[in-house]
Write a protein that binds this ligand. Structure first.
Ligand code: 3H9
Length: 700
């Protein structure tokens, strides 16, 4: 097999080229290839050596697909040490992204140049890891302790110019990288520049207490996560231990992280996110429809946020409302959102103005005639949505994609009122729509392949993470959420306080407890949805009676300053409210529920296994393509901690047999209506199979 690494001498410069598409990951063959080439340079006529990459990027890290397999020599830390030990100056020439092990290779080179647009970073923390090839010891020597901690615990890459400011990059170049790098190597040789080992640099000390303060800050920022703390330990070692001992400590901590369930979960998420973008049965070369003009119907919070996504991506947007007043309110929301973005430093004032300038308000359906895509985001009511689609069918050009942002309604019934159901699809955004990463793409029964392919590609353009869902009530996310929400409220009526339920889930890792989420979303949303259903379909009264009573008291959640909690008008901080506790006890007595202690473990298991059980049904019915897709929905749309890997990964990590046993216990205690084990769960437990193995066995 051809090596992914080639070596040649050009004008007395040894050129090592890595060519391992798609991202030049450091597979075994790449490590071996670089090592062989470095060995050759020891005795050939080269006077300096440059390491560069073919394709779209410099080395983007260790090969994540090799993690979990038996490690093979040469190991990356050894390769880095060998590069650094070279007696000839070695230069890294960076384009694209030098990430993780890629940046570690670059830091073990003696000099680094990068194209202006290149980015460098150590994102291992996002995989529950720490840089394991000397990064934790070399980075503080190059950029200082503070910047090194921020880069490694945050994981975000920085641009070449900023990196040069930190001393991480020596030279930012323009134009053709290879030529620029060769020219620089010749200059270095002419100047007699020597090898310059990063490991031999000192680390500048920091005031006492700096690292402990950083540990506390990280514990708050990355609640529950192990890797960021281990990174701080390693940086401390860079200050207190000689380089080689620091490396040994890094190795020990790296192995600990690699074997942790948190890293397994985060690595699962890395691949799940990429997998979710692939649609089963949809040919890769499906032609795409062009989308440059977008219409959004409904200028409420949702519609306004949706409009911003497309404007931010450079598209023209017509935002439609029925009346001038509602339209003005919507445009004001957009202005406020952009102002907020500028204040938070997300974009410059000029960028905000430019993006805002792409959104035009209208009250005339006629202005949607030339739109390539129209997204309806009106009130959650099937009849109303059907009315909108009838109008769209009349005014929109043939070939335009007609999408609904419905959270629950049957997209097929919406498509059916048009003469072109093949152009109709669901695009379910999550609030706040200009911020949340998730986009559920609802594949309506008759949607054409190119409509689906275009929407998946478009999601990437507007920087969303798309997941395909089949049509059902609530799609993947909200259908599962119904079960989670039910259990949260049952725990409350049975004896837990709202604080206990939220604390149990937040302690476990959820970004926000369920009852606080209801308050944030507005309790009236669920109330109105329930009122729209026949009495028989409104669900267990024990699960929604308190929420309904709160709405009837005018406590709609954060927006009215009170819901399950009371909110400080200034800080929005929540506090418990004795009035709510009294209400809960009253309603429990009316419903004949005997109150008891509900402990944190019961709360966590009931809420999570309710999610898992319904997730299993969703998989069995083919609503979600794979378990990983469900995990992406929950991590990107519902504040599920990525380091737990999403509900379906969590089920595997817990052990399906244990999940099944607990579900059966709940069936016995609380009844079969809410707790019948999903047939897929039963089948997998009987077969002794994991969900991950089951997913692999499904046709891709
Ligand atoms: C590390 O380095 C540990 C060391 O410190 C210590 C070791 C001892 N390996 O994202 P994309 C695949 S940890 C294997 O869609 P983009 C990816 O799965 C690593 N495969 O492209 C996808 O495959 P497919 C630290 C990888 O242009 C394809 O490449 N490094 C790897 O949107 C395209 O990926 C990182 O964490 C990999 N390292 O973004 C960087 N990376 O087409 C992780 C990608 O079959 N990577 N693939 O689905 C990234 O952040 C992005 O991929 C990157 C490109 C920004 C590079």
């Amino acid at each position: 097999m051809n090596s992914p690494v080639s070596y040649e001498i050009i004008d007395s410069i040894g050129v090592i080229t890595v060519d391992n598409p798609p991202v030049n990951a450091l597979s075994h063959a790449v490590r071996e290839g670089i090592l062989d080439a470095i060995q050759v340079t020891k005795s050939d006529e080269s006077r300096a050596v440059v390491i560069l990459c073919a394709g779209r990027t410099f080395i983007a890290g260790a090969d994540i697909t090799e993690f979990g397999k038996p490690p093979r020599e040469p190991h990356l830390p050894d390769l880095c040490n060998t590069i650094e030990a070279s007696s000839k100056p070695v230069v890294a020439a960076i384009h694209g992204t030098a990430l993780g092990g890629g940046l570690e290779v670059a830091m073990s080179c003696h000099y680094r140049c990068a194209l202006q647009g290149a980015k460098v970073g150590l994102p291992e923390v996002r995989l529950g890891l720490l840089p394991g090839a000397g990064g934790t010891q070399r980075l503080p020597r190059l950029v200082g302790v503070g910047a090194a901690l921020d880069m490694m615990t945050g994981g975000s890459p920085i641009g070449a110019v900023e990196a040069a400011g930190h001393g991480l990059i020596d030279k930012v170049v323009d134009g053709e990288l290879r030529e620029a790098a060769l020219a620089w190597c010749r200059e270095l040789v002419a100047e007699g520049a020597a090898r310059r080992a990063t490991s031999e640099l000192p680390v500048d000390g920091v005031p006492a207490g700096t690292l402990d303060a950083y540990r506390d800050a990280v514990a708050k920022r990355a609640r529950g996560q192990v890797a960021p703390q281990r990174i701080v330990d390693c940086v401390e070692a860079s200050l207190t231990l000689p380089f080689t001992e620091g490396l040994a400590l890094e190795r020990e901590k790296f192995v600990e992280c690699m074997q942790s369930p948190q890293s397994a979960a985060l690595r699962h998420m890395f691949f799940a996110e990429r997998e979710a973008a692939k649609v089963r049965g949809l040919p890769k070369d499906t032609p795409l429809r062009e989308v440059s003009k977008v219409g959004v119907i409904g200028a409420g919070t949702m519609g306004s946020g949706i409009a911003m996504n497309f404007a931010n991506a450079g598209m023209q947007v017509a935002l439609l409302e029925v009346g001038d007043e509602a339209l003005a309110r919507g445009l004001a929301i957009i202005d406020r959102n952009y102002e907020g973005g500028v204040k938070r430093g997300k974009l410059s004032e000029a960028q905000a103005l430019e993006c805002r300038g792409r959104i035009a308000g209208t009250t005339d359906y006629g202005s949607l005639a030339d739109a390539d895509l129209v997204i309806e985001a009106v009130f959650e009511n099937l009849g109303l949505k059907q009315e909108v689609f009838t109008k769209l069918d009349a005014v929109c050009r043939q070939g335009a994609i007609l999408a609904t942002n419905t959270s629950y309604q049957d997209v097929n019934k919406i498509a059916a009122v048009t003469s072109r159901p093949r152009d109709v699809i669901g695009l379910h955004f999550f609030s706040p729509a200009h911020i949340m990463k998730l986009l559920e793409v609802v594949r309506a029964g008759k949607a054409a392949d190119d409509v689906l392919a275009t929407c998946m590609a478009l999601a990437k353009t507007i920087r969303k993470t798309p997941v395909v869902s089949g049509v059902c009530y609530g799609f993947i996310g909200n259908r599962m959420l119904g079960h989670y929400a039910r259990e949260a409220q049952l725990c409350v009526i049975e004896g837990a306080t709202p604080e206990q339920v939220d604390a149990a889930m937040e302690e476990w890792g959820m970004a926000m407890g369920p009852l606080a989420v209801f308050d944030l979303a507005g309790l009236d949303v669920g109330y109105k949805a329930r009122q729209g259903l026949p009495e028989s379909e409104r669900g267990d009264p024990r699960a929604c009676r308190v929420a309904d009573a709160l709405v009837e008291m005018g406590r709609l959640g954060q927006k009215t300053g009170a819901g399950f909690y009371r909110y400080d008008p200034e800080t929005r901080r929540r506090s418990s409210d004795p009035e709510v506790q009294a209400l809960i006890e009253r309603e429990a007595s009316v419903l004949g529920v005997e109150r008891r202690e509900v402990d944190a473990q019961e709360i966590v298991d009931r809420l999570l296994f309710a999610l898992v059980n319904e997730g299993m049904n969703i998989l069995d019915e083919g609503i979600a393509q794979r378990p990983g897709d469900i995990d992406v929905v929950y991590v990107y749309g519902y504040g599920f901690p990525a380091w737990r890997g999403g509900p379906m990964h969590y089920a595997d990590a817990t052990g399906l047999a244990q999940v099944h046993e607990r579900v059966c216990e709940f069936r016995q205690r609380f009844g079969a209506e809410n707790w019948t084990p999903a047939p897929l769960l039963v089948r997998l437990v009987e077969a002794g199979e994991t969900l991950a193995a089951w997913a692999k066995s499904q046709v891709n």
